[in-house]
Design a protein around this ligand. Structure first.
Ligand code: TXA
Ligand code: MG
Length: 339
């Protein structure tokens, strides 16, 4: 299959492909998604094939407007409307009870569905033009870092999907925050583009799913099926070093070998310490929004440099930090050093 790269003035073309059951890489403010008509089970099935995604991992439905919620969800609690009012369009996904019209292929048979209204205007325009909710996981090959540019999408999906619509670099850089509203209190299933502190402004109480901060134990099932899989991982093994920035940089400096084939992901302040190694800077040590924007690009760049081992400095958990730490922990398979 020849994958077309579409420009911003080809929204109608992207929508036509989606309407006719094809797969399109679509820009969102978080990461690029691999979109299909969310009401067409066959089209949705093809997403799983293109990504190599396990069948038990449900997809999020993307809508251009909160008013579409009622078409696909039932027993919508008042809190959902308050969250939508505050955070939509934006990087928040709500787990709600689904209506029967949502295919099993989207929800992996669950009676709930993840709903999100993205902030990227081009993305909403595509969905409106397609006239149907768009099912879309992140556009990476399963297990790999998510794509934050159209080129990343092509790197993973060229030849496997019909088109990629180029909407520029993703402004948020990590996936949406997922909150389950079918339980009391609501539960944070995945930290993401909406910081926990901001969610707490609206939700008086919120529980953190254990999968947010630690690996699942044997026999334990996370509420978001996707959280149990190895994820965000570059080819080389990653060691995450946690602690005060100057200390974690010093730890890496003390432990890194002379080999060129050890790469470093670090804060801007320390990148010159590692001049003889492939280095990716995450932004200033305290700028968690910049860390989020650059993280997946940094992991992909490490793949490109061919390193055999990656050291990564780790931010604190405030702001976007919780999401960045969660992705780094998973990229490292929880291989973590605390200094
Ligand atoms: O920012 C995002 O959310 C991106 C963009 C493309 O919108 N999408 C994304 O989708 O990250 P994906 O499939 O890579 O991650 C969705 C996560 C998975 O861990 C999945 O298991 C979980 O959401 N999920 C989806 N539906 C669910 C449901 N009904 N109940 C619990 N977890 C669900
Ligand atoms: Mg994903």
């Amino acid at each position: 299959m020849n994958t077309q790269l579409l420009g911003p003035n080809e929204i109608e073309k992207a929508a036509a492909i989606l309407r006719s059951g094809g797969l399109v890489g679509i820009p969102t403010e978080t990461v690029y998604g691999l979109g299909a008509n969310g009401l067409n089970p066959l089209a949705v099935q093809n997403i799983f094939q293109a990504k190599g995604r396990p069948q038990d991992n449900p997809l999020i439905l993307h809508i251009p407007d909160a008013l579409w919620l009622e078409d696909y969800c039932q027993e919508i609690p008042p809190l959902a409307w308050r969250l939508a009012e505050r955070f939509w369009p934006g990087p928040l996904t709500m787990i709600l009870r689904r209506k029967p019209v949502v295919p099993d292929a989207v929800t992996a048979g669950l009676d709930t569905v993840g709903m999100r209204c993205p902030a990227h205007a081009m993305c909403r325009a595509i969905i409106r033009a397609a006239g149907t909710p768009i099912a879309a996981p992140s556009g990476n090959t399963s297990g790999k870092p998510s794509p934050t540019t159209a080129q990343h999408m092509l790197d993973d999906m060229e030849g496997k999907i019909d088109a990629v619509l180029d909407g520029g670099s993703c402004q948020v850089g990590v996936e949406s925050t997922i909150v389950d509203l079918t339980c009391q209190p609501p539960r944070l299933l995945r930290p993401g583009g909406v910081p926990l502190e901001e969610l707490r402004d609206v939700l008086k109480e919120i529980e953190l799913d254990p999968a947010v901060t630690r690996p699942m134990k044997e026999g334990e099932t996370p509420r978001a099926p996707g959280m149990k899989y190895r994820h965000y991982a570059p080819k080389a093994p990653v060691t995450v070093v946690k602690g005060e920035p100057a200390r974690s940089a010093q730890y890496i400096l003390d432990h890194i070998s002379d080999s060129y084939w050890e790469g470093v992901i670090c804060f801007n302040e320390f990148s010159h310490w590692f001049e003889n190694h492939p280095v990716e800077a995450l932004g200033g040590a305290l700028d968690s929004f910049e860390h989020a924007r650059r993280l997946f690009r940094a992991l992909r760049a490490m793949d490109g440099s061919g390193v055999k081992h990656i050291w990564a400095q780790c931010p604190g958990t405030g702001g976007m930090g919780l999401a960045v730490v969660n992705r780094l922990d998973k990229a490292a398979g929880f291989h973590i050093v605390e200094v």
